[in-house]
Design a protein around this ligand. Structure first.
Ligand code: C5P
Length: 286
């Protein structure tokens, strides 16, 4: 038996645009995604000779075959034709749940990366990302990591220049969660007034200009969630008052992130928000 260790990194959506609805019921997206340093830790015992198990230190996370990490191992076994010989997956959770930070997808991607390395890379990184699409929409990006343009349902990836690293990011997860399917239903009935300019975002990344990148941060879901949860405005006003260069909800929410110019400013925003919210984090783009 061998034990594998892999980090599972959270993502933020710097931009998120929802395009047309597809025949399979999903929506085509166009999103610039960014990996950040908030991470879960994954341990996998391979070759246990026993039935598969999964354990997680956070309550409410499914510990059976419905967990994306388990599905990832199934998909890897099926497509690589490698016999895993029984596995035990352990997840140490730090990525907030129901936040729009791809926590479950990050775990699944980490399982794919760890198994791929263990079996001496039967898949290239792009083939592994493609395999990830069988597990969930955000998994391909979580396999690739860094900064990327994500299109289709999440399966079409294009690496972009890294987000400028001269910043610190504060993430605040309010107490409420958002139902992703309901939000997609709502956006189908809404005329989208403003959309992100992904070409301008790409140019800003090419220039490596943090101010220009932050000026292009925009998520079409943000106003839909904010109109139902006005406390989002309170969180954003704290971020804005204390020097955020850009701020926005990530994914389908409900976490909001702020790009801060340095650690000192980030610490002030973090302390202010902690007075009302237990889940506030400081992280970096990676
Ligand atoms: O990918 P995830 O399981 O988070 O998606 C949850 C739901 O969100 C899907 O069942 C679908 O209703 C909606 N969705 C969508 N288009 C996407 C991603 C999600 O319509 N690209």
């Amino acid at each position: 038996m061998t034990t594998l260790y892999e980090g599972a990194f959270a993502k933020l959506n710097l931009t998120l645009d929802v395009l047309d609805k597809r025949e399979d019921g999903y929506h085509n997206l166009q999103s610039v995604m960014q990996t950040v340093s908030i991470r879960d830790d994954i341990e996998i015992d391979v070759g246990t000779g026993k039935p598969w198990t999964l354990a997680c230190d956070r309550e409410g996370i499914p510990c059976d075959s419905s967990n994306l990490a388990w599905k990832a191992a199934e998909v890897f076994q099926e497509f690589s034709k490698k016999d895993l010989g029984g596995i035990a997956i352990r997840i140490t959770k730090r990525i907030p749940s129901q936040a729009g930070m791809g926590g479950g997808s990050a775990d699944a991607a980490a399982v794919l990366r760890a198994l791929n390395a263990h079996f001496d890379y039967p898949f290239s990184i792009m083939a592994l990302a493609e395999l990830g699409a069988q597990v969930g929409s955000d998994v391909p990006f979580c396999v690739l990591c860094g900064t990327a343009m994500v299109e289709g349902r999440g399966e079409r990836l294009r690496k972009l220049p890294d987000m400028p690293k001269d910043c610190v990011i504060v993430v605040c997860k309010p107490d409420f969660g958002v139902s992703t399917p309901e939000l997609y239903r709502k956006i189908d009935q809404t005329a989208i007034a403003h959309r992100p300019d992904n070409r301008a975002m790409e140019s800003a990344l090419l220039e490596g200009d943090l101010g220009k990148v932050c000026a292009q941060i925009y998520n079409v879901f943000d106003p839909l969630v904010t109109e139902e949860h006005l406390e989002m405005n309170y969180i954003k006003s704290i971020m804005n008052s204390y020097g955020a260069i850009g701020f926005q909800m990530t994914g389908s929410g409900s976490a909001i992130f702020a790009v801060m110019p340095n650690f000192e400013y980030a610490a002030v925003v973090c302390n202010m928000l902690k007075e009302n919210y237990p889940e506030v984090y400081i992280c970096m783009p990676v």
